[in-house]
Write a protein that binds this ligand. Structure first.
Ligand code: APR
Ligand code: PHB
Length: 404
């Protein structure tokens, strides 16, 4: 079998890349370990930046997103017995976020690819990438796929990144001493916008998927087991952490799904080796507090599709050679913002009384100074291309990370 781009992984990164390449007349085959049903049901993040929405709409896969997605003009920071709205319409006019589940994006992309005759192989075993320096190929389930380029879109635990020879990648990493317990519930949202709540007992987030479905997260210790969290405990903890302002009542309902997400920041540089290009979670992950994971995956793929368009158009590798540098500015901005939001809102066990005072002072500043609130707002809705283009390009001078 032969294709121009062999794509490992059918998450948002792999599927969108396949679709964008198709629009440029470039062929690809997507190889996914899981079943279609599994990836269409997998509950993940749900906040799309303006730029992500624009990309999906421009690519012709935004119809349902525009119909069913919920546009939000602000978020609330809740702490110290009061709520404070970060008003996007005032701070970053014309830019907003859209709440729309990642698995809905995945469903829309799969439908678009299959309708266009795209080749997505689900439930493929033993995917391996070979000969990355020249004439690369992929093997899976006893078959061989020859390609010009391989796109590693197989998430943090995929095979692509570990196939890069030792010593090539620099890895930058931060583990947090807590995780998020996520809950999807059949209950109408208790507020119109997202609520990021800071408490002494830990962070809580009120989010949603539709007028009938709510999404919640609780900060829990990193080694938490779901078995320790029966439904009553989840609701009572959510109540304790969210019902902290006068007049707010948390609506409760049937829990449809729950799970634990580790909190980690991670970047592998460069996002490329030979003819293998990494995109999305395969190259970097962020703690979910800034809601950046899926948006970064989409931003990478936008750059990669354009670079591949040039490469297959006139054979020029200039954009491909600059792929990693072109992405890393945004990647590091998102790393910083996600770390910053995480630090602002979570309880750290080793924080002393002084550190807690600093955190509260920081929250007071963000919620009272227009300049500080704008910093949060512009990062949250997503910075435009030019604002992140040059950031982080001195990586080598700024520190080397761990060689991998
Ligand atoms: N072979 C084939 N497919 C694989 C393999 C493998 N060895 N390993 C992983 N995969 C698949 C996974 O099953 C998954 O469907 O690759 C896909 C990777 O998709 P995502 O994890 O969704 O990653 P990405 O497309 O980069 O999207 C990033 O996902 O984790 C969230 O918060 C993150 O929103 C962000 C988004
Ligand atoms: C979600 O709705 O899943 C969500 C929202 C905001 C975040 C993270 C996740 O910061």
């Amino acid at each position: 079998m032969r294709t121009q781009v062999g794509i490992i992984g059918a998450g948002p990164a792999g599927l969108l890349l396949s679709h964008l390449l198709h629009l440029r007349g470039i062929s690809s085959v997507v190889l996914e370990r899981r079943s279609r049903d599994y990836i269409e049901r997998r509950v993940r993040a749900g906040v799309l930046e303006q730029g992500t929405v624009d990309t999906l709409v421009r690519a012709g896969v935004g119809a349902r997103l525009l119909r069913e997605g919920m546009s939000h003009q602000g978020i609330e920071l809740r702490y110290g017995g009061a709520g404070h709205r970060i008003a996007f319409e005032k701070l970053v006019p014309g830019r907003a976020i859209t709440v729309y589940g990642q698995q809905e994006v995945v469903k829309d992309l799969i439908a678009a690819r299959l309708e266009a005759g795209g080749d997505i192989r689900f439930e493929v075993d033993d995917v391996a990438v070979h000969s990355l320096e020249a004439e690369p190929y992929v093997t899976f389930g006893g078959e061989r796929l020859d390609c010009d380029v391989i796109a590693g879109c197989d998430g943090f635990h995929g095979v692509s990144r570990p196939s890069i020879p030792e010593g090539v990648l620099s890895v930058f990493e931060r583990d947090y001493p807590f995780a998020w317990l996520g809950v999807l519930a059949r209950v109408r949202p208790s507020a119109e916008e997202l609520i990021y709540a800071r408490n002494e007992a830990g962070f809580a987030l009120h989010s949603m998927r539709s007028p009938e479905i709510s999404r919640f997260y609780l900060q829990v210790p990193a080694d938490t087991q779901m078995a320790d969290w029966p439904e009553e405990r989840i609701w009572s903890e959510l109540r304790a952490r969210l019902e902290t302002v006068p007049g707010f009542t948390l609506e409760t309902g049937e829990i449809l799904e729950s799970g634990i997400t580790p909190m980690r920041g991670f970047v592998a540089e460069p996002m490329q080796y030979g003819r293998l290009y990494l995109a999305g979670d395969a190259a970097h992950i962020v703690p979910p507090t800034g809601a950046k994971g899926m948006n970064l995956a989409v931003a990478d793929v936008r750059v990669l599709a354009e670079a591949l368009g040039r490469f297959f158009g006139d054979g020029s590798t200039d954009l491909l050679d600059g792929y990693s540098a072109a992405c890393l500015g945004r990647v590091w901005r998102a790393q910083h913002f996600s770390w910053w939001m995480t630090t602002l809102l979570h309880t750290f066990d080793d924080d002393d009384a002084y550190a807690r005072k600093l955190q509260l002072s920081h929250l007071d500043y963000v919620t009272s100074s227009e300049a500080a609130a704008t910093t949060l707002a512009e990062n949250y809705v997503g910075l435009p291309e030019q604002a992140v283009a040059m950031v982080g390009q001195e990586g080598g001078q700024a520190g080397h990370g761990d060689q991998r």
